[in-house]
Design a protein around this ligand. Structure first.
Ligand code: NDP
Ligand code: 8X3
Length: 249
């Protein structure tokens, strides 16, 4: 069975993907910063498959550079990398944005994805096989007011995905991008710095995607035959037509 490394497995889309792929029997390397959640996932899912957990911040390039060499032998061969870790921080117009929020988004959503890809892709190149699935966003395709920097980070993630596909094409490696619209996870709680009330309002009056909906899309992309690469996928809830067009009661 293939080994899949998932960044941001502790919550939302990453957690739902973890649960779905464990049920199918994929060997999993689960990562995130909250070790208690990683250990809980391992405890709950170990009867289904082999799981290794790694607690680190995707901004830690030194840790990531040595990640593969520090893995137990049975987890060193990584067939699929799912670059999912990421968040929005803040929802402000450009002239009022917080530099700390901007650093977070660029360092996590863009540089973290690049560090992971740089660390894992060489072994895929050597074997001439592998699959990298990046979770970008509808926000990487179109901008919306008070979201310039998050949108810029996701647009960069999309461009990085496209460039990666071109670089890795000679080696038969699949590179895919999945762009969800509104998904109800901890995303808005993080965006609004822990303000649960404001976060909950983001998902009121319509039916957003669930993390499981996106996990199913990831599983579909991952399970195509060897000659098929789903390069790019936009997944919206039925109530959403564009970033700023959502049908509400
Ligand atoms: P959640 O907040 O529920 O999950 C985010 C995950 O990313 C957590 O597991 C978190 O783990 C991890 N993460 C965040 N920062 C870091 C970091 N510095 N180092 C390591 N791991 C980190 O949000 P979602 O599940 O919604 O988000 C997953 C991805 O989907 C993100 O890239 C997001 O941009 C994207 N997306 C989300 C949409 C939505 O509407 N929810 C829509 C489109 C795309 P921990 O805190 O333990 O480190
Ligand atoms: C997350 C969806 O609309 O909050 O990428 O930017 S949105």
């Amino acid at each position: 069975m293939k080994t899949v490394l998932i960044t941001g497995a502790t919550s939302g889309i990453g957690k739902a993907t973890t649960e779905l792929l464990a049920a199918i029997g994929f060997k999993l390397i689960l990562t995130g910063r909250r070790n208690d959640r990683l250990l809980e996932l391992k405890e709950n899912l170990s009867h289904l498959t082999d799981i290794h957990t790694l607690c680190f911040d995707v901004r830690d390039s030194d840790f990531i550079e040595n990640l593969v060499s520090n893995l137990p032998d049975e987890f060193k061969k990584i067939d699929v990398l799912i670059n999912n870790a990421g968040n929005a921080y803040g929802r402000d117009p450009i002239h009022k944005g917080s530099l700390a929020d901007w650093e977070n988004m660029m360092d996590i959503n863009v540089k973290g994805l690049l560090y992971m890809t740089r660390a894992i892709s060489p072994q895929m190149v050597e074997r001439k096989s592998g699959h990298i699935i990046n979770i970008a966003s509808l926000a990487g395709r179109e901008t919306y007011p008070n979201g310039a920097v998050y949108c810029a980070s996701k647009s960069a993630a999309k461009a990085a995905t496209d460039g990666t596909r071109k670089d890795l094409n000679p080696f038969g490696i699949k590179v895919s991008c999945i762009d969800p619209g509104l998904v109800e996870t901890e995303f808005s709680e993080v965006r609004f710095h822990g303000d649960k009330e404001t976060a909950a309002k983001v998902y009121q009056g319509y039916t957003p995607l669930t993390a499981f909906d996106v996990a199913e899309t990831i599983e579909f992309v991952l399970s195509r035959p060897a000659h098929v690469n789903i390069a790019d996928t936009l997944v919206l809830c039925t109530d959403q037509a564009a970033s700023t067009i959502v049908r509400k009661e």
